[in-house]
Design a protein around this ligand. Sequence first.
Ligand SMILES: *Cc1c(COP(=O)(O)O)cnc(C)c1O
Length: 305
Amino acid sequence: MLIPEPVSIQSLFSSEVAEKSVEVAILRLDEIHPLVSGNKFFKLKYNLQAAQKQGKRTLLTFGGAFSNHIYATAFAANLAELQSIGIIRGEETNRANPTLAQAQKMGMQLHFVDRETYRKKNSSDFLENLSAQFGDFYLIPEGGTNAMAILGTKEILASSSAEFTHICVPIGTGGTFAGLAASLQRHQRLIGFSSLKGEFIHDEVEALLSRHQIYPEGSLEIRNEYHFGGYGKHKPAEIEFIKWFYAKFKIPLDPVYTGKMVYGVWDLIAKDHFPPGSKILLVHTGGLQGNAGFKAKTGIDLPTL
Ligand SMILES: *Cc1c(COP(=O)(O)O)cnc(C)c1O
């Protein structure tokens, strides 16, 4: 489904990087599609296959009003000629925001629930209610992380990434991190940058890895000091960085995931976190559809592709 082989890797030359004797390159999953987050294609790939094999005609999933996952699921369902239903946390008034407007245009049926109800979305009562209301569907969890998703994200690091010593990626639910961990080589270190505030992410990712029986060959590290206030939050320093990065490399970043991750990598390079000779690969997961919603919400105009 729409995943070009191979995805391009570009070198990023800059004085701050050269000074520390490290090299940085970026894996452009964002180029897979201008609006659908690149990592989501990998997460949905085997879920779509499973849905089709099971004879399902509808995908149902959950998300917030600006969710990249909602957007991607609507898009993928449309492509696979499946119906889609999005259970959206929050107000009906969000219907007009750029993310949800686009999801509806792709044919997704939106169903709004209040935060209280949304929190119970994994309970059997809630799911039974959904079945009664919408009939039979293939369920994809919030954020899209399940066994099928990890099977897909395991394919992100193709053989061409063997030369890298460090792989850096943003973390939301950790499904992308888990798939990368599963395909890591012995000489590689995977660094995940949490876009959420809190120490809980360490336990959560550990639980995810053990649930899916992932025993990485390389080493793992999770940073949780680059959340800029928490999920969906931002600070001026991050916005400045995203603008600087675009001016320098002509590569757009999003404020929710990739902006935080790349900021973190630059900060860690400045702090000598990477030994000289390191070859660092940034995984640009996409998320650029969110920049339109970000502008609608904050008035801040970030570059896009
Ligand atoms: C969804 C998303 C992530 C987070 O992926 P997880 O597998 O949930 O950790 C990272 N970056 C972008 C751009 C995303 O859309």
